[in-house]
Design a protein around this ligand. Structure first.
Ligand SMILES: [Zn+2]
Length: 365
């Protein structure tokens, strides 16, 4: 006679790789594996998966929390920032102790996630993702989740994903609106098929200047994590292939149909990887002895509307604007000088990560 207990014993003794082949009622994943489209086999697949989360602010926190609880076997988290008090309203992995200590988000996230699920492997990397390190950071991952605060790195992710044929899941949220879409290389339209170029620096509001509501973040992160679970469990037919967007205040949502890769797309159509090859990346240079960093966006970007930028920054520090330069000090003490061509001097730090973070948060890339 072969009882379920015998089957469980058989698998636990014989093969560690099949330990999720039967999920017992007492197993932590029981309720998830009960869902027929996941099942024991889907659970096993999740346990064997590696997911990279790039940026662990609000969206990254939400996705990481859901995927750790779901039993994704290996999570790698990369983030360049430290936890601040103003993060706690929406960044669900962090608490007041993290903010007080200024703990790097990747480190605080790993500790928190490991307390949630000690069975999985969690790696943290405190770094700024760029063309020089994305290959090493993303090696051997099955899927990448976008938790970024800037478009430049999203276009880099899109290049990397397309060139290495591994999916990534775009997510963005600001104010009361959110947007997300899974990018399946050479299957769905990629980011550049939809938006051939990123917005010019300084032209878009950011969460740091325009705000964002916590439930909006949760909704985008849930959509991202849902598509991740479908992909990782092999349920590719169920994947939402639209560009999903919503306005949580107006109670509207929209699913933009994507017709597949655009043959004229520079990235997935012609294999031109501008960000991966470094041609369109912003440069950052430490100005020795000046406690300052220069950020210089790519030359082809248009002029920054300095007066609009000054208006957006009015609540975040003291700024003065002329026709061709904006200068002032943020409440956090950093001094910013922004020129019409997008070049900025960030004074008060000799860290390129901190300066790039401030640029992304207050000017917007
Ligand atoms: Zn494309």
């Amino acid at each position: 006679m072969c009882s379920i207990e015998h089957i469980r014993l058989f698998f636990s003794i014989n093969d560690a790789a099949t330990r999720y082949a039967v999920v017992m009622p007492t197993d932590r994943y029981h309720r998830q594996a009960l869902v027929p489209t996941v099942g024991a086999e889907g659970q096993r697949r999740l346990g064997e998966s590696t997911v990279l989360i790039v940026g662990c602010g609000a969206l990254g926190s939400g996705s990481a929390d859901l995927l750790a609880r779901a039993g994704v076997g290996r999570l790698r988290i990369v983030d360049r920032d430290v936890v601040e008090l103003t993060n706690l309203q929406r960044q669900v992995l962090y608490d007041e102790q993290d903010a007080q200590a200024g703990t790097p988000k990747a480190v605080a996230a790993r500790k928190r996630l490991q307390r949630i699920n000690s069975d999985i492997n969690i790696e943290s990397i405190v770094d700024d993702v760029d063309a020089s390190n994305i290959g090493a950071i993303a090696q051997d991952c099955d899927l990448i989740i976008d938790g970024l605060d800037n478009f430049e790195t999203r276009y880099l992710l899109n290049d990397f994903s397309t060139s290495t044929k591994r999916p990534w899941i775009y997510g963005g949220a600001i104010g009361v609106t959110g947007m997300s879409a899974i990018m399946l290389p050479h299957d769905t339209a990629c980011l550049r098929c939809i938006f051939p170029d990123p917005p010019s620096p300084g032209t878009s509001p950011t969460c740091d200047t325009a705000g964002v509501l916590g439930p909006v973040i949760s909704r985008v992160a849930a959509h991202q994590a849902m598509q991740a679970i479908k992909w990782l469990t092999g349920n590719t037919d169920a994947i939402d292939r639209t560009l999903h967007s919503f306005d949580a205040w107006a109670n509207t949502q929209h699913a933009m149909t994507r017709t597949g890769p655009d043959p004229n797309c520079p990235c997935c159509g012609h294999g031109i990887y501008d960000w991966l090859e470094g041609g369109r990346a912003a440069s950052s240079t430490v100005l020795c002895g000046r406690d300052a960093v220069q950020i210089k966006p790519e030359a082809s970007q248009g002029a920054i509307p300095l007066r609009q930028l000054a208006d957006r920054l009015a609540d975040h520090g003291t700024f003065h604007c002329t026709a061709d330069v904006l200068h002032g000090r943020l409440h956090n003490g950093l001094e910013m000088t922004v020129f019409e061509n997008g070049r900025a001097l960030i004074k008060g730090t000799d860290s390129t990560e901190d300066a790039r973070s401030a640029y992304a948060r207050y000017i917007g890339t």
